[in-house]
Design a binder for this molecule. Structure first.
Ligand code: AP5
Length: 231
C-alpha cells in the first residue's frame, strides 16, 4: 500500500486504454486498497462464458476473435451489475465505444450521479505486445501477473489463493495484434468524446512507467478530482 494515502473515493472513474495498458492491474490495486468498487466488463464476460449463460454464448466468439462484443449486450450487462452509488465506481475496460460512453453517461445521470471522469492509459504498441504475451492470469479471481514485470512468488501459482495461473486465449500472438487494431479503430474516438474543453473529465496518463508510479499518479489525480456534474 502506498504510505499515507487515504481511502476516499469520491467520483466514478473510467479506465480506458489499449489491451495490456494496465487498466486491470491498477483497478485491482485501487479497489483492494483504496475502497473503489470495480466493474470489469472483460471479467464479467469471462464469468458468463465459464457459467455458460446466454450472454456468455453470445460473447464468446467475439472475444476469441479479438473483436468487441456488441454494444447492446455490454450496456445491458453493465446495467445489471452496476454497483450502488455509496462509493466511487471504477469502470475497467468500459466504455470502449462512443455509443457505450453515451449510454453510461445516461445511466449514471438517470441515477442522479455525476458524470464519470475518464482516464486514458497510454502505452506504445511494442510495449503492449510484450505485456500481453507475458501475462499470466488467475481465471478464478482475474488477478494478473507478468512473467517479467510483476511475477508471482511461485512460478504460475497465484500469491493469494495458490491457484494455477493461465495464459488467456486472446493473448495468443495472432489475436493480440488484431485486438490492438480494434482498439485503435473503435476506442481511440473516446478521447474526442471525453476531452472537451472546460469539462475537466479527461486525463491522459503515461502508463508505460512502473506499476507503483502509475498508481501514485492515479491517486493524486483522483484525490484532487472534483465530481463532474455537467457535460
Ligand atoms: P478485457 O479483459 O477488458 O481485455 P483488454 O481491454 O483487452 O485489456 P486487458 O485485460 O488485455 O489489459 P489491461 O489494460 O487490463 O492490462 P493488465 O492490467 O492485465 O476484454 C477482453 C475482451 O472482452 C475484449 O477483447 C472484448 O472482446 C470483450 N470486451 C470487454 N469489455 C468490452 C466492452 N466494454 N465492449 C465490448 N467488448 C468488450 O496488464 C497487462 C500485463 O502487463 C499484465 O501482465 C501486467 O502484470 C502487466 N503490467 C500492468 N501494468 C504494468 C506496468 N505499469 N509496467 C509493466 N507491466 C505492467
Amino acid at each position: 500500500m502506498t504510505a499515507g494515502r487515504a481511502a476516499t473515493p469520491r467520483v466514478d472513474v473510467i479506465f480506458f486504454g489499449a489491451p495490456g495498458a494496465g487498466k486491470g492491474t491498477q483497478a485491482q490495486i485501487l479497489s483492494a486498497q483504496y475502497g473503489y468498487r470495480q466493474i470489469s466488463t472483460g471479467d464479467l464476460l469471462r464469468d458468463n462464458i465459464q457459467q455458460e449463460t446466454a450472454l456468455g454464448h453470445a460473447a464468446a466468439s467475439f472475444m476469441q476473435r479479438g473483436e468487441l462484443v456488441p454494444d447492446d449486450l455490454i450496456v445491458e450487462m453493465v446495467k445489471d451489475n452496476l454497483p450502488p452509488a455509496d462509493a466511487g465506481v471504477l469502470f475497467d475496460g468500459f466504455p470502449r465505444t462512443v455509443e457505450q460512453a453515451k449510454a453510461l453517461d445516461d445511466l449514471l445521470q438517470s441515477e442522479g450521479r455525476g458524470l464519470p471522469r475518464a482516464i486514458y492509459f497510454y502505452v506504445q504498441r511494442a510495449a503492449l505486445e510484450e505485456r500481453l504475451l507475458g501475462r499470466w492470469t488467475n481465471p478464478r479471481t482475474g488477478r494478473v501477473y507478468h512473467e517479467r514485470f510483476n511475477p508471482p512468488k511461485r512460478d504460475r501459482v497465484d500469491d493469494d489463493d495458490g491457484g494455477p495461473l493461465i495464459q488467456r486465449e486472446d493473448d495468443r500472438p495472432e489475436i493480440v495484434g488484431h485486438r490492438l487494431d480494434v482498439f485503435e479503430r473503435q476506442t481511440i474516438p473516446l478521447i474526442k468524446y471525453y476531452d472537451v474543453a472546460g469539462s475537466q473529465r479527461y486525463l491522459k496518463i503515461d502508463a508505460a512507467r512502473p506499476i507503483a508510479t502509475v498508481t501514485r499518479e492515479l491517486l493524486d489525480a483522483l484525490e484532487s478530482a472534483p465530481a463532474v456534474r455537467t457535460s
